[in-house]
Ligand binder design. Sequence first.
Ligand SMILES: *[C@@H]1O[C@H](CO)[C@@H](O)[C@H](O)[C@H]1NC(C)=O
Ligand SMILES: *[C@@H]1O[C@H](CO)[C@@H](O)[C@H](O)[C@H]1NC(C)=O
Ligand SMILES: *[C@@H]1O[C@H](CO)[C@@H](O)[C@H](O)[C@H]1NC(C)=O
Ligand SMILES: *[C@@H]1O[C@H](CO)[C@@H](O)[C@H](O)[C@H]1NC(C)=O
Ligand SMILES: *[C@@H]1O[C@H](CO)[C@@H](O)[C@H](O)[C@H]1NC(C)=O
Ligand SMILES: *[C@@H]1O[C@H](CO)[C@@H](O)[C@H](O)[C@H]1NC(C)=O
Length: 650
Amino acid sequence: MRMRASRLLLFLFCAMLTHAEKLGFAQRDPYVLHDCSNTGNVSSNSAYRKNVNTLLSSLSSNTQSHYGFYNFSVGENSDRVNAVTFCRADLIPIDCQNCVGTSAEELLFRCPNQKEGIVWYMNCTVRYSNNSIFGIMQFESMQHLHNIINVTDPIGTFDQVRETLLDRLRSEAAASTSTLHKFATGKASSPYFDIYALLQCTPDLNQQECSDCLNQSIAKVPTCCGPAIGVRVLTPSCNLRYENNHFYGFTLEAPPPLSSTLAPPAEGKGSNSSRTIIIVVAAVVSAVLIFCICTCIYLRMRKQRKKVEMDEINSGAESLQFDFSTIRIATDNFSDVKKLGQGGFGTVYKGKFPNGQEIAVKRLSRSSEQGDQEFKNEILLVARLQQRNLVRLLGFCFEGNERLLVYELMPNGSLDHFIFDPSKRLHLDWKFRYKIIVGIARGLQYLHEDSQFRIIHRDLKTSNVLLDKEMNPKISDFGMARLFTLDQTQANTRRIVGTYGYMAPEYAMHGHFSVKSDVFSYGVLVLEMVCGRKNNYFQNGENTENLLSHAWKNWREGTASNLIDSTLRVGSTTEIMRCIHIGLLCVQENVAERPTMASVLLMLTSYSMALSMPSRPAFLMHSIVESDISLDRSFHASQNVVSMTDPYPR
Ligand SMILES: *[C@@H]1O[C@H](CO)[C@@H](O)[C@H](O)[C@H]1NC(C)=O
Ligand SMILES: *[C@@H]1O[C@H](CO)[C@@H](O)[C@H](O)[C@H]1NC(C)=O
Ligand SMILES: *[C@@H]1O[C@H](CO)[C@@H](O)[C@H](O)[C@H]1NC(C)=O
Ligand SMILES: *[C@@H]1O[C@H](CO)[C@@H](O)[C@H](O)[C@H]1NC(C)=O
Ligand SMILES: *[C@@H]1O[C@H](CO)[C@@H](O)[C@H](O)[C@H]1NC(C)=O
Ligand SMILES: *[C@@H]1O[C@H](CO)[C@@H](O)[C@H](O)[C@H]1NC(C)=O
């Protein structure tokens, strides 16, 4: 009851804040920020200025589709004007176009006789210069806007949460290879506030430049706008924004077919001929579109398939589809020498494309009764999941009975080869292990919450965590459950995929899966990382124990430090103990008590956050599922209430 009342209060408070925020921002309307660089003035009837007028006016005329980022230029030699337009990643073309149009007009008005200028409007940036600006990172001329309302943060974790979120999104945005959008969005929560952020670079920057640019912008935040609930930092090449509400929309992944076919305005004069070209192109495109639509309708009627989006599948699938022969050559005809391993879903081979790119090819054992189109559809969904802690799916191949998935190759192999190997384990000091623990949490959280589709991995374990050359962890085999239609009704499945030892009991026994069953697997993995041993049965004195019962016993007896892998000589004991604590919270038998991955991440990154006491883990699973060891024997690991004041008793 009290809980409910306080939630209601919190809700009202948030609603007030949201409302107040609108009032706060509405004070400057229309709010356009601009910067007319003072590198030089030109007279308004010079050839250069005429080109500026031509170029910017053409941007505000409505004939082009705009979507993301474009560069344009007009004129020659010293009279050449270059411009770029840059929209927020989630804008639909018409909003982008309107924004670019308005901004271009503003720019003509606000910088009437300057050689260079830039305007930031609500949703877009327009910039021109006599210098070449394409592919050049620039963060000078940084502007910011912030809300006048401050965050309410009695526990004082806002800075930390924000910093973690922005930093994560910075690397995600920088790693994007899209030619129209280089951005990342995400959310972080704490009991008192949520923060939603969007970070974006012009896609002509490379990874390092984007990262640097955003880094500068992030560094600006504490000094300019520390406690504000909404902040924007704007630079010519990148921008960041966060709010306490979900301000960004659904993001489209690929430009609609029209905008990619329509050329940006032609250089120089010849606008007549370019218009003719545009008309011809538009006609051709419409004809093609009409043909596609007819084909679509025809196919749809014939196959009576429900929601198969042909356009998307065909355009998306082609770019991801590889020839079988290409892959056969890359893997030396799937030679045994190239075999990397065998998993539940098929065999994995190492391969190399003629251009030198190394790949891992998963040759699926054909067991799914799924239709081809659905299979492709699922692959496209999975291919869109991109985050630095997920192994990247480069494409697939689909010929006859062959179904192959092509991934980036992870040179260091899987985590189990390190952590359970007596000699290799020595190389995994605490710093690495912690990095891996946090990285996996990030990847999993993305699957659960940040991607457009909620993905439950269902088979998270050390052998599904691969390591890149810097030992960054990347989760593999995500989306496999999606790729194979399981006989499932909502959240129940009759076919249980997964690995005993990592499976939550409700899943192993009843087939109930949820994000919390992944949290369970994650908890097992964390404990394995700390203890350096597998969660299987071992003899301990008289008792047969598994890792979870062993951990729980030590935890309750205040000897949790016995659990720590003896090869971990250096490392923060508090951090290690905190990981044991978090691991135990994740493997609790009571599903509702297990934290979400978002809170796990917060617990891992924010030391000031107090952790609740774990209740009994579900360590009985093995005995139930794998053997007939009497249940009672392990059951009396008692349900006494844990009452400890020192969270980390020796
Ligand atoms: C350019 O013109 C602006 C006014 O339009 C003026 O403020 C500025 O000082 C001029 N800059 C130079 C370098 O002449
Ligand atoms: C955009 O910039 C690139 C790189 O400088 C150039 O190759 C391309 O022609 C430019 N496009 C336009 C329309 O100016
Ligand atoms: C900015 O984009 C949003 C959609 O994300 C739209 O609702 C809003 O009207 C746009 N604002 C302006 C000033 O164009
Ligand atoms: C652009 O104008 C500035 C100032 O007049 C000049 O220094 C620079 O060389 C010009 N750049 C080009 C590419 O002409
Ligand atoms: C928000 O915090 C800033 C900096 O601490 C302070 O100057 C400002 O007055 C605060 N605003 C409100 C509305 O309390
Ligand atoms: C970002 O900036 C911080 C200091 O502001 C620095 O420690 C960090 O290495 C930078 N990161 C990157 C990727 O440049």
